[in-house]
Design a protein around this ligand. Structure first.
Ligand code: MN
Length: 290
């Protein structure tokens, strides 16, 4: 039985976003534990666009899928990487990292998905790293353009670094089209409608509605309206809920509190972004602090 979740409006770096995960009744899909749909938005001439100042992460990978527009990523490893349409940025936080993101103009449109992937407990302190993927598998089938963002689909494989079995797939359908989707019965899946609308096994879903398909399925039938773009995320169920607070993901509350205190103390754990002109971001204090 497909479950339906409505996005709630939140804000990131000065622009509204549709937050789809975590949501009431669904915290994770595989190791995917956070899902923001950004835009599509058009910035005016006086608009600063998206600007997210220095902030920390632990215990997760940040995963950015760019559909329209460009962002510049900088992090405490010294990485400076633009991301353009059709590309994925993947930052593995591990024990601690900090980063910034900002709009890069030329193109004044922005449409993207930003997700977090919880690291497995045994690898939550893995060394921080940053990876950029500009050549993802992309093909035409059943009247749609398919892009494999991570994992495997049919005979296609993406190089995207994984710490647990996952899949991420973008399906872009210009015309009305029926699509047969292959699924792995060992995975649980969510399907987010980025634009347009889709019937999933006969149930209609609109833009920014997340369909949770559950696990044990080997296929699904999608009937796409013209101009429909879908994001499929799936993975092996983690089997337990991670602890999330602000930009931290962990397996117990004490490690979240430790990260909060380290960030406030300017610990070298999180490094710094020397090129950033503004303030570091401060999160709200977690309820687990004494
Ligand atoms: Mn971030």
């Amino acid at each position: 039985m497909t479950q339906r979740f409505q996005a709630r409006t939140s804000e990131v770096g000065g622009i509204p976003v549709a937050r789809n995960l975590p949501t009431r009744g669904r915290r994770q899909i595989g190791a995917w534990c956070f899902l923001d749909h950004i835009g599509p938005v058009h910035f005016g001439a006086d608009d600063a666009g998206l600007r997210v100042g220095p902030h920390p992460h632990i215990g997760l990978q940040t995963f950015t899928w760019m559909i329209e527009g460009e962002l510049l990523h900088r992090d405490s490893l010294g990485t400076e990487q633009r991301i353009r349409p059709g590309e994925v940025n993947l930052m593995t936080a591990g024990h601690g990292i900090s980063h910034t993101e900002e709009s890069v103009f030329g193109d004044r449109d922005l449409h993207a998905a930003q997700l977090w992937i919880a690291l497995p407990e045994a690898e939550r302190h893995t060394e921080s790293r940053f990876d950029h993927y500009a050549n993802l598998p992309c093909w035409q089938d059943q009247g749609a353009t398919w892009t494999l963002l991570t994992g495997h689909y049919r005979d296609k494989s993406a190089d995207t670094l994984q710490f647990s079995p996952l899949v991420g797939l973008d399906i872009d359908c210009a015309e009305a089209q029926e699509i047969e989707l292959d699924l792995n019965p060992g995975f649980e899946y969510g399907l987010l409608t980025l634009t347009g609308g889709v019937d999933i096994n006969g149930d209609p879903f609109l833009t920014d509605e997340l369909a949770y398909l559950g696990e044990g399925l080997s296929s699904a039938t999608l009937t796409c309206q013209p101009g429909t773009r879908l994001l499929l995320v799936g993975g092996e169920p983690l089997g337990r809920d991670v602890v999330m607070w602000w930009n931290y993901v962990g397996y117990d509350k004490a490690e979240i509190v430790e990260a909060e205190l380290d960030w406030e103390a300017h610990s070298p754990r999180f490094g710094s972004i020397p090129e950033w002109p503004g303030e570091r971001l401060q999160g709200p204090a977690s309820p687990w602090r004494r």
